[in-house]
Design a protein around this ligand. Sequence first.
Ligand code: TYD
Length: 205
Amino acid sequence: MFIVLEGPDGSGKSTQTRLLVERLRAAGKTAVHTREPGGTPAAEAIRSLVLNPEFTGLDTRTEALLFAGARAEHVANVIRPALVRGEVVVCDRYIDSSIAYQGVGRDLGIERIRDLSLWATGGLVPDLTIVLDIDSALGIARAGSDLDRLEREPAEYHDRVRKAFVALALHDPERYRVVNASGSIDEVAQRIQIAVDEFIAGRLA
Ligand code: TYD
């Protein structure tokens, strides 16, 4: 099973991904914890390049291709092999981040960016995507002061990104759950647990 956590910056995805993996392992599952961009040494190198705030004028197509390149590397070397072994993969961000940040945020087009990522991944899509929804201004405030290149974009950009995630989720309620990401870490973790448990129970039914 392939589970992805998505959402705007500062939605708490990284913490919640870790907690979900801990719970799955405590329940006896072999769970792989990974993230995008990243997950392999080469993809982590692409991450530090694409998020580097010194590259202020980075061309938006270059940006989209770098995220897609990191994703191809990650799927081929980490995600697909783990799924073939029958493990659960929990990933912090995936294709929908490219659709929201590059397709919508950078106006490169939803279809073009989806097609690019589907080509990069050989068509691998998550079984379940949890969208952590949070007011984008609150998210950026939570992200702190050491902001990466994308986090430095204006509030209007982050607002469009947030709306894009929610729109993707509403379009396909079978594969998505939107979770309110405001509240304490424990409260949000509990909401995610309920969403994942319901999804697994639905698959077994
Ligand atoms: P993230 O891992 O959430 O950063 P951190 O946890 O260190 O704050 O994400 C890194 C940034 O990359 C984030 O601003 C979203 C952006 N991003 C894209 O623009 N497109 C993508 O395809 C991905 C995976 C991330």
